[in-house]
Design a protein around this ligand. Structure first.
Ligand code: SF4
Length: 691
């Protein structure tokens, strides 16, 4: 926008949605908030997608929650005062804990929460509730990428280099990522490089690619093994780099040696010529990057799949070198910070492990409690939800910033489990599908009404700034957690309500850890410093990681010996097709926010099932007809959308829609053994006419 300059007015903040965290300037008053892209923020360079342009609409959606709701004896949610709602929640939590122990209380957080909220939520769960049972929806998003990067590099930062570096690349391989729809401004950095896209669908990103590899769903790991095989057999491995900077090549090669190109073609459906072309493009480029997204990661073998792409990148000498690299494209707004701040089942703030005695000592000293007051690791997100109603499982659940009724796998089963709870409390700013099931709903502030920080997909720490006060009756999440903690007998000063105070504490919690924020402050960020973690006190942060050494003690990256295996479910009698799930441009995650924005709802109003015209015809279906997409777990209702570019053995469904249109009614809850990531990206289905 030419009217904007560096000194243009407005509150400088960031989009409330995805991990790109596009810079914006906000101005106006409630009911007339205007958003403009920030021309000075290098990530989006003055661009926004339609979600970002319409973000102010979320502030005033007609059904915005403005008062606590408590379910009455008649079974209905009714308005209540804050004291009444909080007293009730605290009393029921105490009763359930007294009767069933602290692990009967559980917390489910979100990857959109600010760093300050994610940090406080972890502390609240472990100290105020005393439970080990906390996890968050990032388990459904980034868990496999994180597990693979930690194993390979010693630490996980989605992109260990600035997004702007991609603009200098010659070739970029995108495995299972569709930024043209999920984060369009990223394409400003992908105009120059030749793109290789691996995706079963011909997405809008694939349409721009120099080479589109279209593997059978669930075979990305075989694809990556095949690419490594070709790199080795064609003599394209960077031997000096492998010798100097890595370990484990021989073991990885011992697995990949059996994945000769013809076998890979037979398993993935990708022609040998295309496999060879991809490797030659990558190896022949002066500057190349390999990036993965949810398409490669959301599998029961997601960690190994990411590891296989890392193996390829290591063999070609890409990670930890200027102008080259490996990375994963984080999805949720604070997907990166959210996984570092202690709301993960196995972690303390600063990406420290709950099982590490030194980490327990460090964090417990900061929190003013003995180390043995910190519980051990708890269940992962799906396992936590699935244990509800089982012996020893959760009986009370606090959900903050998440909507698992729509976003969890096997959503029908999860919804039934939520119905077994003795107490479900949801903090949200709209009556999400999960909030509608709650016993108590607590209305909280949202993006432009709050201060805080988020960490975007590059590990860059950003300030979220307040333009508006929250509406009357609405409180900040930090205030809510403070009020509940005090009612549960915790010292008030342990739960500050001011984000700045929380940040000052979380800096200390992260000090010396893998994701060190100790050199970051609101003052530095507000003065315009560009700060990427690790940022030890006194440093200027680390835009590019691993240039000298990787984060393992020996400084070397690790190859991983990985092997392909089938998905938990493949097509067969009764369910002859693959189904894969994903996103559309107009909606974000479970759609709880974007479905309420009229302009976005108009752009993408209803669930659909994308299928090849021949596949539709075989099922007796026509374009525009309502259908049921049925798996062994349930059926979703969706409108048929014929798409000739799709594989004839595959259908695609978006996961943003509620009710009978929930794609997660059909998804498989098989979990990756290491990351506990569910298999969202592949299951077996049939499609039939809806009654
Ligand atoms: Fe940018 Fe993502 Fe917001 Fe779109 S949704 S404007 S890509 S941050």
């Amino acid at each position: 926008d030419p009217r904007l300059t560096a000194s243009s007015p407005g509150t400088a903040t960031h989009c409330p949605y995805c991990a790109l965290q596009c810079g914006t300037r906000l101005s106006g008053v409630r009911g007339a908030v205007e958003v403009r892209p920030d021309p000075d923020f290098p990530v989006n360079r003055g661009g926004l997608c339609q979600k970002g342009w319409t973000a102010p609409d979320v502030l005033g959606v007609p059904d915005r929650l403005a008062t606590p709701l408590v379910r009455g004896a008649d079974g209905r949610l009714a308005a209540a005062g804050w004291d009444e709602a909080l007293d009730l929640v605290a009393r029921r939590l105490r009763e359930i804990r007294a009767a069933h122990g602290p692990d009967a209380l559980a917390v489910f957080g979100g990857g959109g929460l600010t760093n300050e909220k994610a940090y406080t939520l972890g502390k609240f769960a472990r100290l105020a509730l005393g439970t080990s049972q906390i996890d968050y929806n990032g388990r459904f998003c980034m868990a496999s990428a994180a597990a693979a990067q930690i194993a390979a590099f010693g630490v996980d930062r989605g992109l260990p280099f600035p997004v702007t570096d991609l603009g200098g690349a010659d070739v970029v391989l995108l495995a299972g990522a569709n930024p043209a729809e999920t984060m369009p401004p990223l394409l400003r950095h992908l105009d120059r490089p030749d793109l290789i896209v691996a995706d079963p669908r011909r997405t809008r990103t694939a349409e721009r690619a120099a080479l589109h590899l279209q593997p059978t769903p669930g075979t990305d790991l075989a694809l990556a093994l095949g690419l490594l095989h070709i790199a080795v057999t064609e003599g394209l491995v960077d031997k000096a780099y492998v010798d100097e900077r890595t370990t484990g090549f021989d073991a990885a090669w011992a697995r990949a040696v059996a994945w000769w190109p013809e076998r890979v073609e037979a398993v993935t459906g990708v022609a040998v010529s295309e496999l060879r072309a991809a490797v030659r493009m990558l190896a022949g480029a002066e500057r190349a990057y390999v990036l993965t997204g949810r398409g490669a990661e959301q599998h029961s073998k997601g960690t190994d799949t990411v590891a296989a792409f890392i193996n390829l990148a290591l063999a070609l000498g890409l990670p930890g070198r200027a102008g080259r690299g490996f990375g994963t494209l984080t999805g949720q707004g604070n997907g990166q910070g959210g996984r570092e701040m202690g709301q993960k089942a196995d972690q303390l703030p600063g990406y420290r492990l709950l099982t590490d005695p030194a980490a327990r000592e460090h964090v417990s000293r900061l929190w003013g409690v003995p180390p043995d007051r910190l519980p051990g690791p708890g269940r992962s997100a799906y396992e936590l939800l699935d244990a509800i109603g089982e012996a020893g499982g959760p009986r009370a659940l606090l959900v903050v910033g998440s909507n698992p009724v729509v976003s969890a796998p096997a959503a029908g089963r999860v919804t039934e489990r939520l119905g077994r709870l003795d107490l479900l409390v949801v903090a949200d700013f709209v009556p999400s599908e999960t909030a509608r099931l709650a016993d108590v709903v607590l209305p909280v502030a949202q993006w432009a009404e709050e201060e805080g920080t988020l960490t975007n997909l590059e590990g860059r720490v950003l300030r979220r700034r307040r333009l508006l006060d929250p509406p009357p009756g609405v409180r900040g999440d930090l205030e809510v957690l403070h009020a509940l903690a005090v009612r549960l007998g915790e010292p008030a000063e342990r739960y500050p309500c001011a984000p700045r105070e929380v940040f000052a504490e979380l800096r200390e919690a992260t000090r010396g850890g893998p994701a060190d924020y100790s050199g970051i402050s609101y003052e530095r960020l507000d003065a315009g410093a560009e700060l990427y973690w690790p940022c030890p006190e006194g440093s200027t942060g680390t835009p590019r990681m691993f240039l000298d050494r990787f984060a393992h003690p020996d400084g070397r990256a690790r190859f991983a010996p990985v092997e392909h295996r089938d998905p938990a479910e493949t097509p067969g009698p009764g369910f002859p097709l693959y189904a894969t799930t994903g996103r559309v441009l107009a909606h974000y995650q479970s759609g709880a926010q974007t479905r309420r924005v009229a302009r976005l709802a108009e752009a993408a109003p209803e669930p659909f099932v994308e299928m090849h015209p021949d596949t539709a015809a075989r099922a007796g279906l026509a374009d525009g007809q309502w259908a049921l997409v049925r798996s062994a777990r349930g059926a979703m209702r969706a409108r048929v959308r014929c798409e000739p570019s799709l594989r004839t053995d595959t259908v695609f469904v978006p996961f943003h829609f509620p009710g009978a249109g929930r794609a997660n009614l059909i998804t498989h809850p098989a979990l990756d053994p290491r990351s506990r990531m569910p298999e969202f990206k592949v299951c077996a289905v049939r499609v039939e006419a809806a009654p």
